[in-house]
Structure formats: C-alpha cells, structure tokens
Design a protein around this ligand. Structure first.
Ligand SMILES: Cc1ncc(COP(=O)(O)O)c(C=O)c1O
Length: 384
C-alpha cells in the first residue's frame, strides 16, 4: 500500500549526486577513500572525538564494540529491553549473557535509579540507548559504572549531535555507535560509525574493521605486508556511500533546523489535544538538547493505538510503533542472564506511536497528520 504521507521519506541535502560522481571519478569505490576520510574528519572535529570510523551500519559498529570489549560467555552486559535488536545481538553474538534493564517512564531511557541492582561480578559493560536522541542520565550512569569498573557503550543510533549538559552524546562512553540508516537524521541508506573515545581501543578497532588484519599499519608504512592478527570482519563502507553521507553531514545545520521545526510544530499543535485526551508527548529534560529524531505519542492503551493507526491509515498516513520488549522475545529469553523485570517497558511499548517524520515533511502534510490525530476522538472510542 502506498501512503499519501509515508512514515519516512529519504531526503536529499543537495550535493549527493555530485559527490557520488566525484567518488566514481576518483576511482576509489572501496572503503577508506577520500570521502570516508572527509566524513571521519568532519565527525571527529564536530564531536571533538579522538577517532570516528565509518561502518556499514550501527549494527556493525555495535558488533565491533562487542569484539573490542572482549565480551564472552562469562560476561554479562546490561542494556535496556526497550531498544532495537542490534543493541542486544552484538553482545549475544560474543556469547555474553544479557541483563535487560527497565526504562524511565518520562524519557524512555534506561532507568538509572535501578541500574546498580542489576550489576554483578560478571558485568562487563552497560550499553545505554539515547532514545529518540534524548540523552540518558549520564552523570549517574557513569558514576555507577566507574564505581564498579564497568565500561559504558552508547548506542547513539538516534542521537547524533544531541547534547547532555552541553556535551555531545557519543562522547561519554569508551565507545559509541551511530546509525546512518535511511530513517535517521543523516543517511546514506545503510551506514554507521564507531566513535572511539578510549584511544587504547583504537589500534584494535582498526584491525577488527579491516577483517582482523593489520592493513592500516601497512598503509601507514609500519609493516611491509599485512596479515591476519585478530578476529574481525568487513565493517568499512564503500566510498560511494561515504560520498552520499558527506553531502548530508555537510548540511547538518540545515537538516537539524528543519527537523527542529517539524518536531516543534507537532508539539505545539498536539499539546492541548494530548492533555485533554490523556495522551503523553515526549519529555525533554532541561539538561538535554535533543536530536529531533522522532515524534511519538503515548496513547492511553493498546486499543487506542490500534484505532489511531487504522484511522490514520484510512487517510493515507502511515504511523508506526516499536520496540517489542526484547526481554519478552524468543531470543531475549534465550540469551538473558536471568529472568527480567521490566514493567515500564512492557506498558510503554504497547502505547507508543510514532508519527511521520522526515526532513522535508511540509507544513501542509504535517497539518494533515495533526488534523487527523486531533479529529480522532480518543475519549469517545474509549467509552464506546
Ligand atoms: C537504538 C538502535 N540501535 C541500533 C540500530 C541499528 O542501526 P542500523 O540500521 O544502522 O544497523 C537501530 C536501528 O534503528 C536502533 O534504533
């Protein structure tokens, strides 16, 4: 079915075709070519990160994190149950046991007040997800991790250029991962990045990203041939994708401003309706500058959500929900260290609905969405 207003529409920033043509003309279509270097430099400079490495996806950047931290069958990794499967898979692939944390009912981020109770002598890492590009309560999380000598990894798939107390997300953990998937603020279709904040992890990150070889040392002239030195895989994207991505990253201020406007229009248009219909809108704590990645509603019940999805669909508008709690999934149960207790996740995941959100969502299109939402009489449906 095609929708008048899709949930996501890939948007061009302007220079994508030009840069891809340049990348083809450069004759370097494989990884780590001139455009990959440009993306690396831009992200390192902007974030102030020691090193950023483009990857084929955020999923793969997370897998690199699992390898880099040497997670294995004796280890436990704490992560929110309310996240995409990749956050969990990356560590389950290494044989680590997963400990699912519940989320806060306001930001839907990992509930730091219950974090310490999940830590055992086996805990190797805490993986936080800055849901919707709104930062987790990092001061508390980092203090707990430090006290117990545990590494923190940030799954920042939603949050590039968002801030917590003035500092960029993706700069707090020893490692952070970014996504450039089609649905994200900046995209190249499929892509990601690993932010390496702990420089001690850098040399091995380069090896893992290059199929477990010391090829980067060879390119730096430090060895006369390269060879297999560690586990690894092919985690570097084609320079053609980097060319596309560079066009997007270069337009970051314009893109973020467009998304800020979309987010604010949703909020302003729906605030009164939400209040009088027992619907919750996203909460942005004052210490967080969000990435304006998505706009969601928390409806009173799963039935209300089904009704609204159906109503919007009838008007050619696609709204979607996510995530199914990982701790209740087949694989989540298989790879969990022990029984999980995540009541907020279970409750929230039934009520959350995401509205269409993309850079070029026009004011008219957005008004159609908000009109359709506001015309939907939640109260009456509830009583009927
Ligand atoms: C929180 C989170 N982590 C990781 C991913 C995986 O990203 P990618 O599609 O770039 O592998 C997603 C995908 O949307 C996500 O939402």
């Amino acid at each position: 079915m095609s929708y008048r207003i899709p949930f996501n529409r890939p948007c061009l920033a302007g220079n994508e075709y030009k840069y891809i043509a340049e990348a083809i003309a450069n004759g370097h279509a494989s990884g780590d070519g001139p455009f990959t270097r440009k993306c690396h430099e831009l992200l390192e400079k902007e974030l102030g990160a020691p090193r950023v490495l483009l990857t084929t996806s955020c999923t793969h950047a997370l897998e690199m994190a699992g390898l880099l931290l040497d997670c294995g069958p004796e280890d436990e990794v704490i992560l929110p149950s309310f996240t995409f499967v990749s956050t969990a898979n990356a560590f389950a692939l290494r044989g680590a046991r997963l400990v699912f944390a519940d989320i806060r009912p306001d930001t839907l981020n990992l509930d730091e007040s219950r974090l310490e109770s999940l830590i055992t002598s086996k805990t190797k890492a805490i993986v936080v997800v800055h849901y919707a590009g709104v930062a987790c309560e990092m001061d508390t999380i980092l203090a707990i991790a430090f006290r117990h000598g545990i590494q923190v990894v940030e799954d920042n798939a939603h949050g590039l250029f968002s801030r917590y107390k003035g500092g960029y997300t993706g700069k707090f953990g020893c490692l952070a991962t970014q996504s450039f998937h089609e649905t994200k603020n900046f995209t190249c279709g499929e892509g990601g990045a690993l932010v390496v904040n702990d420089v001690q992890l850098l040399e091995r990150a380069l090896v893992i990203r290059e199929k477990g070889t010391n090829r980067s040392r060879y390119f730096r002239g430090e060895v006369d041939k390269y060879t297999w030195v560690d586990l690894g895989s092919s985690y570097l994207p084609s320079d053609l994708l980097a060319a596309f991505l560079y066009a997007q990253l270069e337009a970051r201020v314009k893109i973020q401003e467009k998304r800020r406007q979309v987010w604010n229009r949703y909020y302003e248009s729906l605030a009164d309706w939400a209040q009088s219909n027992d619907v919750k809108l996203p909460v942005i704590p004052p210490e967080c500058e969000q990435a304006h990645h998505m706009f969601y509603l928390l409806l009173p019940s799963i039935e209300h959500r089904e009704w609204l999805i159906t109503e919007l669909k009838a008007q050619g508008i696609l709204s979607v929900f996510h995530y199914s709690p990982l701790h209740l999934s087949e694989a989540g149960k298989k790879f969990a260290a022990r029984a999980s207790n995540c009541p907020v996740t279970e409750e929230i995941s039934e009520r959350l609905l995401r509205l269409p959100f993309y850079n070029d969502l026009s004011e008219n299109e957005q008004e159609s969405v908000t009109d359709a939402v506001k015309n939907f009489r939640l109260r009456r449906r509830a009583i009927a």
